[in-house]
Design a protein. Structure first.
Length: 115
């Protein structure tokens, strides 16, 4: 089994229905550091109460910062420009998320990653 590594997992929202990714990352967190990065959402939001509620929830989570699931596992809620079809939005989001993930990984002592 993998031990002593730093693992970044880009997946669905931690709070959503559990998947096999949840179980695998919990097991890996027993002997490794795991940073679970919640989904950035892949579709443009509509003008609905559900989408507005989800955006408000994502912003709140972003300002709250990483959440510890256990000492070796944290959930990170990134924030992005939700309208992926806007010119430059994808590039801006890639830059924002990479900076955000790297900064929080460093704060959690996750400086090096195996490729």
């Amino acid at each position: 089994m993998i031990t002593g590594q730093n693992i970044v997992c880009f997946a669905n929202d931690w709070e959503s229905d559990p998947t096999s990714k949840h179980q695998v990352m919990k097991i890996l967190a027993r002997r490794n550091r795991v940073l679970w990065v919640n989904s950035i959402g892949l579709r443009s939001p509509g003008v609905t109460a559900h989408d507005a509620s989800r955006m408000v929830k994502k912003v709140r989570q972003f300002f709250h910062g990483p959440v510890a699931i256990n000492p070796n596992m944290h959930v990170l809620p990134p924030i992005v420009i939700p309208f992926h079809n806007l010119p430059g939005a994808r590039a801006a989001n890639a830059w924002l998320v990479s900076r955000y993930v790297r900064a929080h990984a460093r704060k959690l002592g996750m400086d090096r990653f195996q490729m």
